[in-house]
Design a protein around this ligand. Structure first.
Ligand SMILES: CC(C)(COP(=O)(O)OP(=O)(O)OC[C@H]1O[C@@H](n2cnc3c(N)ncnc32)[C@H](O)[C@@H]1OP(=O)(O)O)[C@@H](O)C(=O)NCCC(=O)NCCS
Length: 164
């Protein structure tokens, strides 16, 4: 990911496209994740992508947002979601488990378009609930998801320290 600001160029774009991930996107997805989280996880992503390629249609969705025109090859963001059924006694539901927008393309609706595309994909396979999990102190994600209509759900997460 080019960390130099492309904001003006991006702002001048009136459109972007959200499409299914392709093999050629993986390197840029890995770079964007490393930039956003500060942790490079090449192996994780290669394994995730290999599994993704083997999943049946409708089980897992991996979309990327890219610019159009001059920004044709600029990866603006990605979202990944998966349908999980009956675990924890839950009816089939769509889990959003990864989402990121490049820092210089934020607050321009990219995240919202990714969420909308994922929501539509879940609806298309008759999944009518979407869930995600965020850190309590991640105020950015909290504001974003709340503005997208996500609210506290009926489950709580429990954990136990297993260190000796
Ligand atoms: C959260 C994130 C995906 C939002 O993407 P985005 O493209 O900037 O979001 P949008 O422009 O679509 O914003 C939609 C709404 O979210 C809210 N929002 C977005 N950014 C916000 C901010 N910085 N402060 C407050 N609210 C915000 C607003 O309500 C906004 O609607 P508005 O523009 O009409 O006010 C992006 O900030 C991001 O990638 N953050 C890092 C995520 C991360 O750590 N991912 C790795 C772990 S999975």
């Amino acid at each position: 990911v080019d960390t130099g600001s492309k904001r003006e160029e991006i702002e001048s774009q009136t459109d972007l496209k959200v499409r299914l991930v392709q093999d050629a996107d993986l390197t840029r997805v890995i770079e964007l994740d490393a930039l956003v989280t500060g942790v490079a996880k090449d192996t994780y992503w290669h394994e995730l992508y290999a599994r993704h390629r083997q999943r049946s249609e409708g089980e897992e969705f991996f979309f990327v947002a890219e610019g159009v025109g001059a920004l044709e090859s600029t990866l603006l963001g990605y979202v990944i979601g998966e349908v999980r059924a009956w675990e924890f006694g839950s009816e089939p539901c769509g889990w959003l488990f990864a989402l990121a927008v490049r820092p210089d393309a934020r607050q321009m609706g990219v995240g919202e378009q990714l969420m909308t595309t994922l929501s539509d994909a879940f609806r298309n396979v008759d999944v009518t609930t979407m869930r995600t999990m965020i850190s309590r102190d991640n105020h950015l994600f909290m504001s974003f998801f709340r503005s997208e209509g996500m609210m506290a759900g009926p489950y709580i997460q429990l954990e136990k320290d297993l260190k000796p």
